[in-house]
Design a binder for this molecule. Structure first.
Ligand code: LLP
Length: 418
């Protein structure tokens, strides 16, 4: 069993477990599919990688090499981009509660655009831009009330969501009347993001209709950002749309909506995260003890909710195999449980697998998005190493944490003075 011709057991032996593995060829193919197909002969297009899905220097370097643009949502994500010399003219800064420090950092680096969430933020961005002598383009995040029918924690554009402003709100009207020749913020367009792990193309069509309708009130061609959220396959229940087809459908639908409203735009943006890295990533664990209770059988693995919180947080479903036994009959109904002191620390419940013993490896598929990036040190677990595999070669992009890393920020002598 291998990734890009490299044997999974050999990788686990060499780098230890739990281990995050990414098939770099698969990520590059995905990026190419977006860049080749999200194109229009009527306006500029940009594909932004939503770095919250998985960010580290190696990943952002890859995004840079492929010529994509970047969505960052914190000073930390922006710092990673700076560290790899990312072209700041391709960086968009999102978030509903950016601090003054973060905004100053973004302005000082000359990022392309700040995606403004609310009126208070607009005032702060303008004030700081004035102080620094910068002009900065802004997009407004709008809450357009489209229900993408995804999990409620990752569905972001229902009217009760904390993100953005409603198009007919006083807050948005205040923003629009704020601009003048004396402001250092420059209105460049509107943004929405209807949710994550979305499969319903109709939800995007509805969002596009609403966004084009809103943008039709300005005569100057503006930027339209329709967000990310494109679903991936975790289990057989998920049926994602092919990326090339998805891009063409979105572009065609935007063309149609613009024609219907007789509107022109300058630029169209999307910002996929999960669909770039999700399926390319997997996690390898080693089985420790196995346990049978009257109602269940467990395979205990050497990681858990500390490297993948998604099952506990969203009841997320995954597929897995016992490495090297993937063709053996799957006769046992088992639950893959982690090693944290939490009853909910279950990676997959009631999955059919062959007999596994202590020392066998389990590979959990499609963990590339929001797995490592949401990992924690709960129970003082060390975060796993991350390895990229390309054309038969493996390279570590993030080292495994050590026990020493776990106390690196602890201050030695202060506690003794208490
Ligand atoms: N743009 C904006 C403004 C976003 O808020 C997000 C994700 C994206 C783009 C990228 O969405 P994607 O293409 O990756 O679905 N932790 C959750 C997902 C949270 C998504 C947050 N925003 C999970 O593990 O499912």
């Amino acid at each position: 069993m291998s990734i890009s011709h490299v044997d999974l057991n050999a990788l686990a032996d060499k780098y230890g477990t739990p281990l995050y593995l990414y098939d770099q060829n698969a990520m590059e193919d995905k990026i190419d599919a977006y860049l080749d197909n999200f194109v229009s002969d009527r306006f500029e297009t940009q594909v932004l990688y939503a770095s919250k899905a998985f960010s580290c220097k190696g990943m952002i370097q890859l995004v840079k090499q492929k010529g994509m643009s970047l969505d960052v949502v914190s000073g930390g994500e922006l710092f990673v981009a700076q560290q790899v010399g990312f072209d700041m003219k391709k960086v968009y800064f999102h978030g509903n509660n950016k601090s003054a420090d973060e905004i100053e950092f973004a302005l000082s680096l000359d990022v392309s655009t700040i995606v403004v969430d609310n009126y208070q933020e607009l005032l702060l961005v303008d004030k700081l831009a004035k102080q620094l002598g910068k002009k900065i383009k802004v997009l407004f995040r709008l809450n357009i009330g489209v229900d993408a029918h995804t999990h409620k924690y990752i569905s972001t554009a229902l009217f009760e969501s904390k993100f953005g402003m409603m198009p007919d709100s006083k807050a948005f009207a205040d923003c629009m009347s704020y601009f003048s020749d004396n402001t250092n913020v420059v209105f460049d367009g509107i943004h929405c993001h209807i949710g994550s792990q979305v499969f319903e193309i109709n939800a995007y069509k509805l969002a596009i209709d609403k966004m084009v309708d809103i943008i039709s009130q300005w005569s100057k061609p503006l930027t339209l950002n329709i967000g990310g959220g494109f679903g991936v396959r975790y289990t057989d229940e998920d049926k994602p749309i092919d990326t090339a087809e998805l891009c063409k459908m979105l572009i065609d639908y935007v063309h149609k909506a613009l024609d219907d409203k007789k509107v022109k735009i300058n630029k169209l943006l999307i910002e996929p995260g999960r669909s770039i890295v999700g399926e390319a990533g997997s996690t390898i664990y080693t089985v420790g003890f196995t346990k049978q209770i009257p109602t269940k059988s467990f395979y205990f693995v050497d990681g858990g909710m500390t490297d993948n919180i998604r099952p506990a947080l969203y009841q997320a479903k995954y597929d897995c195999d016992v490495v090297g036994k993937q063709n053996e009959p799957k006769t046992n109904k088992v639950t893959i449980a982690g090693k944290c002191c939490e009853s909910g620390d279950l990676i997959i419940e009631d999955v059919m697998l062959p007999d596994a013993q202590s020392g066998d490896r389990i590979v959990v598929y499609t963990t590339g998005a929001y797995g490592y990036s949401m990992s924690s040190n709960y129970n003082k677990a060390t975060t796993p190493a991350v390895v990229f595999v390309k054309d038969g070669n493996a390279k570590v992009v993030i080292k495994r944490q050590t026990y020493q890393d776990l106390v690196a920020n602890d201050v030695d002598d202060e506690w003794s003075k208490l």
